[in-house]
Design a protein around this ligand. Structure first.
Ligand code: FE2
Ligand code: FE2
Length: 297
């Protein structure tokens, strides 16, 4: 499957790129010794990036009590991890914004943000330890679909039409059509962008969590958040609900082993508890979409 995914990549010469300045800021924010002034200077060295940080930090998503007009204050207000997530998310969305797709990108991002927000919620609930990471990798988990939907537009569109009202999941249909899935293609993309290996693993195994080896808990969190959203999304073009399979059962066992009784007595119980938070999460997703995807007037 990976060979086929790599083959699809071979002929593509216009892959979206992440600007070098953004990669440098992300790398700095990931290093153990972060100097706030150094980060500030880096962000300020690129006016587009600086303006974007100021615009997003002042959006209803982050709700500052008063207007934030400097990058330094934005950094202090959001914290290093949140600013890393915010910058990377906005540039990734931008990279694919004007590319023709075989599915509705709004539905795609709403699903991705939903999985991100729910992954963060599960991470907080079980004490995973890096809620922002769970959030970001949740947003990124299906990034391979954007590649297939753009670079294999006709074929992917036909495939999606063919499976509406069937019980076939998108990744099963992808395998039948392309001999690979958005998971492997997403992995190629994540490696090309030099994402940390735990992100790559979640992207590769969110539908096969039993094969996760590096950060099994993170993969389990995103797998269950994705499963929940698939059964609640109206985004039927890019997502279908199904009954829990090996991947979800394995993810549930990993979660249970890590957090014991606190996650509930059964997977069904755990999912129904998530339903109670879903309305609140949907509101947050709506806000995130308006902030990150809709350009300011
Ligand atoms: Fe997926
Ligand atoms: Fe998904």
């Amino acid at each position: 499957m990976m060979i086929r995914a790599r083959r699809l990549f071979k002929d593509v010469s216009d892959l979206p790129t992440i600007p070098a300045i953004v990669s440098r800021v992300i790398a700095k924010l990931d290093s153990p010794e972060i100097e706030p002034d150094e980060i500030c200077d880096l962000i300020l060295s690129d006016q587009v990036l600086a303006a974007r940080v100021i615009r997003i930090v002042n959006s209803p998503l982050y709700r500052p009590t008063s207007q934030i007009s400097s990058v330094k204050r934005a950094l202090l207000y959001l914290g290093f991890k949140s600013i890393r997530e915010m910058i990377l998310t906005s540039y990734l969305i931008e990279g694919f914004k004007d590319r023709l797709q075989s599915f509705d990108m709004k539905l795609f991002w709403m699903h991705s943000f939903g999985v991100g927000a729910l992954s963060r919620h599960i991470s907080e609930q079980i004490g995973y330890g890096d809620d922002e990471k769970a959030y970001l990798v949740g947003i990124l988990h299906d990034i391979g679909k954007v590649f297939l939907g753009h670079y294999c537009k006709e074929q992917y569109g036909r495939m999606l039409n063919g499976i509406s009202n069937t019980s076939l999941t998108t990744h099963e249909a992808e395998f039948e059509t392309f001999g690979t899935t958005h998971c492997e293609v997403g992995l190629c993309l994540a490696q090309r962008w030099n994402f940390p290996s735990s992100y790559c693993e979640v992207i590769a195994h969110h539908h096969s969590s039993e094969f996760s080896t590096e950060d099994r808990l993170l993969t389990a969190i995103v797998c269950l958040a994705d499963f929940f959203c698939l059964s609640h999304d109206s985004a039927s073009e890019v997502a279908q609900a199904s009954i829990p399979g090996d991947s979800e059962e394995n993810a549930w066992n990993v979660l249970k082993r890590f957090s014991g009784e606190s996650v509930g007595v059964s997977l069904e119980h755990f999912l129904s508890e998530l339903s109670d938070r879903y309305q609140e999460i949907s509101r947050e997703v709506d806000l995130l979409f308006k902030t990150m995807v809709v350009e300011p007037a």
